[in-house]
Design a protein around this ligand. Structure first.
Ligand code: PFF
Length: 453
């Protein structure tokens, strides 16, 4: 606890692991590989890396600084920066509602990994035809009981961690889960790199062919850089509020971005070599992890062992992100309404669980419920959060910090505790110009002002 009685991280490394645990999630292991696969490989990776370095990293620093500077959760943080009457606190609401909604369907997807752990463990995929294994995903999606069960298990796991607090819950459990995750990833990368398709896989990820790069892919890379660093959901603001003035935020952020990017690349190195070894295509899209990979595992020696390892890995990655989306909402209720952590976790955790129920039933009982156009509930929430709340939240944060805050205050906060304070002008330039323009382009493209993809 610091002098204001606020919980703090126990160690620096504990914070870096917790923030990396938030960043490393379904985005790294499920989304990034399939996006790379669909967008031609290496060239997409290069653009993504540029987006992380020049846009994602500066905004990660920004969010952590907002948290540390104010020692508050998002709504109160924005209010503290600009005063009670300022509309800026609406941004706090926007990022929290985005996080709440995001968790409600992230939990459904995270829950699928539990079904796949069980299936792998029971060797269900063995000696089945590829089509039968593909169909298993459809069967899961359209099974209401299973979706509800796994969604509930996922949310209860997140709640069990968050209720134990910052040090004994989030920090300790992320350390444990990330440690196991790292070992599992190394096992899987070892498997990938010793398979016959290793050379082809490595070439696919690391040799850029820019002729394959479309303008749409560039915007997708940028959007993913925000997603993977857990920006615009209030997470890094909240995690930053548990840091003290001695923390070197730019340096810590650098590590979080590096570990996160490293894991995304390792995920490609475990997936593509084995996909190529068994003659499958890289362009499988969102089904890459839940459809193509189980087929590959079913044909590989000791495949069910590797399949179990892989889906455990996916589950752990998702849980450490899931807890990081629940924490800001819980913290906001503790700060704003004076609730105890236990009460806040129970009430808000169960609320997310409830709001997620229609998403969990979107492939079955509620399949005919269409909200936005032809989209079912799950797709509508996904669409709203990823395409609207998320870019709008990021844009608002960048504009607010870059244009509406005193430069002096920003500078003094930037250099506090940091050995890289001389980069302040570069950071300010990115936050003022580069990020807002990038986000604006993504946003205009999404709403159809111009069409790149
Ligand atoms: N960064 C996480 C991932 O890559 O899966 C996803 C995520 C977690 C996004 C939390 C947003 C968020 F608020």
């Amino acid at each position: 606890m610091n002098h204001q009685g606020r919980e703090q991280w126990k160690t620096k490394i504990g914070f870096i692991i917790a923030a990396s645990g938030s960043a490393i999630g379904l985005g790294n292991i499920w989304r990034f590989p399939y996006m790379t696969g669909m967008n031609g490989g290496g060239a997409f990776v290069v653009v993504y890396l540029l987006c992380i370095v020049f846009i994602g990293l500066p905004l990660l620093i920004t969010e952590l600084k907002i948290g540390r500077m104010t020692q508050r959760s998002p709504i109160a943080a924005f209010r503290a920066l600009k005063g009670k009457k300022s509309p800026s606190q609406l941004m706090g609401w926007l990022v929290l509602v985005s996080g709440f909604m995001m968790l409600s369907f992230y939990s459904v997807v995270g829950g699928w990994s539990l079904e796949y752990i069980l299936k792998s463990f029971l060797s269900v995929f063995v000696s089945k035809s590829p089509q039968t294994i593909y169909d298993m995903f459809g069967e899961l999606y359209s099974n209401p009981a299973k979706n509800l069960l796994w969604h509930t298990c996922f949310m209860l796991t997140c709640m069990a961690v968050v209720v134990a607090g910052v040090q004994r819950g989030i920090e300790r459990w992320t350390e444990i889960l990330m440690g196991i995750l790292l070992v599992l990833i190394l096992v899987m990368v070892g498997r990938g790199l010793t398979s016959p398709g290793a050379a082809e896989g490595i070439r696919f990820v690391f040799s850029p062919d820019f002729s394959k790069l479309t303008p749409g892919a560039i915007l997708e890379a940028l959007g993913h850089a925000f997603f993977t660093l857990s920006l615009a959901m209030g997470i890094m603001i909240t995690y930053g509020s548990y840091l003290d003035d001695k923390a070197d935020i730019p340096r810590f952020s650098f590590w979080v971005a590096t570990v996160d990017t490293g894991v995304a690349l390792l995920a490609c190195l475990m997936i593509f070599p084995i996909v190529f070894s068994y003659g499958f295509e890289a362009q499988a899209g969102p089904g890459l992890v839940f459809k193509t990979l189980p087929v590959v595992f079913s044909q590989m020696p000791m495949g069910m062992f590797f399949s179990t390892v892989f889906f455990f890995l996916l589950f752990f990655a998702a849980v450490t992100s899931g807890i990081s989306i629940l924490e800001p909402v819980v913290r906001a209720a503790m700060d704003g309404l004076g609730w105890q952590r236990k009460t806040a976790t129970l009430i808000l955790g169960f609320s997310v669980l409830l709001v997620g129920v229609p998403s969990a039933l979107s492939g079955s009982t509620l399949a005919s419920l269409k909200l936005l156009g032809e989209r079912n509930f799950f797709d509508s929430v996904d669409y709203l959060v990823t395409n609207w709340f998320f870019p709008l939240g990021s844009l608002a944060v960048a504009i607010f910090i870059g244009w509406f805050m005193s430069e002096k205050l920003l500078q003094s906060e930037f250099v506090k505790g940091s050995k890289v304070g001389k980069y302040f002008p570069v950071w300010l330039f990115v936050v003022r110009y580069v990020s807002p323009v990038g986000m604006m382009l993504i946003f205009l493209n999404i709403v159809g002002f111009f069409k790149l993809f």
